[in-house]
Design a protein around this ligand. Sequence first.
Ligand SMILES: *[C@@H]1O[C@H](CO)[C@@H](O)[C@H](O)[C@H]1NC(C)=O
Ligand SMILES: *[C@@H]1O[C@H](CO)[C@@H](O)[C@H](O)[C@H]1NC(C)=O
Ligand SMILES: *[C@@H]1O[C@H](CO)[C@@H](O)[C@H](O)[C@H]1NC(C)=O
Ligand SMILES: *[C@@H]1O[C@H](CO)[C@@H](O)[C@H](O)[C@H]1NC(C)=O
Ligand SMILES: *[C@@H]1O[C@H](CO)[C@@H](O)[C@H](O)[C@H]1NC(C)=O
Ligand SMILES: *[C@@H]1O[C@H](CO)[C@@H](O)[C@H](O)[C@H]1NC(C)=O
Ligand SMILES: *[C@@H]1O[C@H](CO)[C@@H](O)[C@H](O)[C@H]1NC(C)=O
Ligand SMILES: *[C@@H]1O[C@H](CO)[C@@H](O)[C@H](O)[C@H]1NC(C)=O
Ligand SMILES: *[C@@H]1O[C@H](CO)[C@@H](O)[C@H](O)[C@H]1NC(C)=O
Ligand SMILES: *[C@@H]1O[C@H](CO)[C@@H](O)[C@H](O)[C@H]1NC(C)=O
Ligand SMILES: *[C@@H]1O[C@H](CO)[C@@H](O)[C@H](O)[C@H]1NC(C)=O
Ligand SMILES: *[C@@H]1O[C@H](CO)[C@@H](O)[C@H](O)[C@H]1NC(C)=O
Length: 694
Amino acid sequence: MALIALHLFLGLIFQETQWGSKSGMAMAAYHSPCKLVHRAADCNWKQLSFIPVDLPAGTEELFLDSNTIQTLCNASLLQYRALQTLSLCENRLELIEPGTFLSSRELRILSLAGNSLFTNYSVTAAALQFLPALRQLDLSGNQLNEDMVATLIRNLSTLESLSVARNVIMRLDDSVFKSLTQLQELDLQSNYLYEIEAGTFEGLWRLQRLNLAYNHIPCIVEFDLTQLRVLNASNNFIEWFLAAENDAVFQLDTLDLSHNRLLFFPLLPRQSKLYSLLLMDNKISFYGNLSNNTSSLETTVLLFLMDGNVTNVTTLSLWEEVFLSNISSLSFLDISQNQLWYLPDGFLGRMPSLAHLKLDQNCLESLHVQESEPLGSLTSLDLSQNRLSDLQLHPGSGGILPNLIWFNLSANSLRGLPAKIFTHTKKITTVDLSYNQIDLCPQQANTDGAGYPVCIDFRNITSLQNLYLAGCDLKMVASHAFSGTSLTLLDLSNNQRALTRGLGPLQDIALTLQVLFLRNTSLSVAQIDLDFSDFRRLVKLDLSENSLAIFPKSLSGLALHTLDLRRNCLSTLPQDAVQKQLGKSLHVIYLSQNTYDCCKLEWWDILHGLGTVHIADRSQVTCNYSSSILNATRLSGSILHSCRWMTVDKALLYLLLALLPCLTLLVAFAVLFLTFKQQLLQMVKRRYRESGSY
Ligand SMILES: *[C@@H]1O[C@H](CO)[C@@H](O)[C@H](O)[C@H]1NC(C)=O
Ligand SMILES: *[C@@H]1O[C@H](CO)[C@@H](O)[C@H](O)[C@H]1NC(C)=O
Ligand SMILES: *[C@@H]1O[C@H](CO)[C@@H](O)[C@H](O)[C@H]1NC(C)=O
Ligand SMILES: *[C@@H]1O[C@H](CO)[C@@H](O)[C@H](O)[C@H]1NC(C)=O
Ligand SMILES: *[C@@H]1O[C@H](CO)[C@@H](O)[C@H](O)[C@H]1NC(C)=O
Ligand SMILES: *[C@@H]1O[C@H](CO)[C@@H](O)[C@H](O)[C@H]1NC(C)=O
Ligand SMILES: *[C@@H]1O[C@H](CO)[C@@H](O)[C@H](O)[C@H]1NC(C)=O
Ligand SMILES: *[C@@H]1O[C@H](CO)[C@@H](O)[C@H](O)[C@H]1NC(C)=O
Ligand SMILES: *[C@@H]1O[C@H](CO)[C@@H](O)[C@H](O)[C@H]1NC(C)=O
Ligand SMILES: *[C@@H]1O[C@H](CO)[C@@H](O)[C@H](O)[C@H]1NC(C)=O
Ligand SMILES: *[C@@H]1O[C@H](CO)[C@@H](O)[C@H](O)[C@H]1NC(C)=O
Ligand SMILES: *[C@@H]1O[C@H](CO)[C@@H](O)[C@H](O)[C@H]1NC(C)=O
């Protein structure tokens, strides 16, 4: 393969030079395989084993990723004195000779990711010493351990960004990064770090972004990097996060501790600018009822901090610690996939700026939001997949959740929602109540919910656009249940009784609906009138898992993009449906698990003929042929043949049936004739004779 490619490449050069000489140009013909744009040379993926020597001397950016270069020697870069960026990722680099960069005074960005620099790291380290302007260095994926890294980056005091991700670093101490006083960004992702000694990042006064994701760190205590803005410690084994207990103002705005083993809410810096706190997939819970004591806030924890042979014991009062930190700037909080079964009183009140709150996939049974916790800035709230049966929201000064746009309550145990919950949510567009046992208010219910305390009223919520009510065990939906809304998406799937009398309840939103999910809603054309002709904006329709034996005629006139007809009892699709508007607009259709007749698949051919429709489950579409089930895509010629014969046979049969009585009559006449032939003859003869005797 490589040989062939090389051969082709040589051939190409040969041809080019030939063309060059033919046209008589005595130019110092430029035959490098690299693409030149302004002062950049792109030589990626060119099977080069050396740095091209014939690039313009003024080249400032040189990209040589994915080649086979093994060594950079003293002369490699000699003529490229203006070089500012050099990228040699994914080569086979083992050695950079000490003199390589002697002429590269301008080099700022050096990417050496995905090589084998561990082989001769001490020689390479000497080479890196001659880069007075280096700002950005990528050494990721070079099988380097902590000593090699320390050697390679020694004295690179101009570095602003360093990546040593995907190496084999296990522990760090204060000697490693000591000289990198200008460093702003450090990436240590995907190593085997289990220990970071105190003081490791001391002196990195400008460090803003630290990525420790995908390591083996067991805890972070005495966190005191006040200058840091982003700390990513996701995907470790962290059980504790403890900021230093002082009143310094931390610059931290993003803290990612997701996918760890935290048991407690992290003990955050007291003063910070924290904007985004990510705690997804931990084991966090609050332990207010651990003791029976009325002052349950006094739950304390003893921490043993060991430093060599010195052990410090710290007593932490968990509650007070949480409440000591000022998290008023927090805007995004994700505690999904944890073990919360309640939120302490006043917890949410400490985050007046909170805009996005994710509490899904916990064990919350009740949630009471007090008046003192207005959540006035909240725009999205995800409480799905908990065990909520009790939701109480007390209106704050601006009303209940006045800025909420997106609200997910799916898969809980709710039987209703607080009355007037949507009175102040003037901006709400999306509500997901799927998989709760709820009911919609009947037509006669008043707006204040009096008389029908548990039903949910969506009428006149003018901003509402997307409503998910799948699997709610809804009773028959009342006629104007959605009046006054302009829903564009409605999911009523898995509600067997919701539409027992047809699509009437959806008439109010027929003109705005664009997406409608009616999977498994006991629809059958025979019993009810499935008239979709008013749903003129509909682009996506799911009718799967119903009992449709006939294709609803009104669909033919719609401009659907996606149609799902899986798991019904259709035996055929009308040809004109495919030929009319529907066929013109359709992009994707699902058709499998129906009972199509193999001998009536003209529509299938037309659908294919259109060329614009993607049959998403094409290989699973089957049809029935004399009590066997066949793959519609692979109907053999013989079956099509016998189908044709069956139709011809039928014609013959009718002919035969028609002919049979005639034949019988004919035969009867013949038999009669033959039996009575003698007598007749005699009769004739007799007459003749009689007449003859005259
Ligand atoms: C490369 O340059 C360095 C520094 O000038 C020198 O010490 C070394 O001997 C040179 N190597 C070779 C192979 O010329
Ligand atoms: C590079 O490393 C290899 C193997 O470790 C060694 O044999 C070789 O001498 C080294 N080259 C230089 C220039 O140090
Ligand atoms: C690093 O720099 C210091 C002072 O600038 C110098 O003394 C030391 O020799 C340098 N180390 C290396 C490995 O170049
Ligand atoms: C943290 O790092 C992981 C792994 O690279 C990444 O998926 C995640 O998005 C990062 N977190 C943040 C907040 O950037
Ligand atoms: C605390 O209360 C919750 C709910 O009332 C209960 O599930 C949990 O087991 C209790 N925990 C302890 C330690 O008592
Ligand atoms: C709490 O009180 C109950 C009985 O009221 C007792 O069985 C239980 O052991 C107590 N738990 C603790 C942690 O004191
Ligand atoms: C609650 O616990 C505190 C100490 O943790 C103790 O001083 C106090 O007497 C206890 N109160 C009761 C009612 O048990
Ligand atoms: C232990 O406490 C001493 C004195 O308060 C302090 O100087 C030292 O840094 C502490 N060590 C650890 C590991 O916290
Ligand atoms: C701690 O270890 C140091 C040496 O590692 C030793 O000098 C010191 O005496 C030890 N302290 C205690 C309290 O054991
Ligand atoms: C929290 O900090 C903000 C400024 O960042 C300040 O306005 C507010 O008063 C502080 N809250 C508390 C309880 O200290
Ligand atoms: C919805 O609004 C209309 C007009 O504003 C009003 O006539 C109707 O009574 C309202 N319906 C409900 C259920 O609030
Ligand atoms: C139809 O053919 C496809 C493709 O070979 C196969 O994956 C599928 O299982 C077949 N279906 C049936 C019902 O035989």
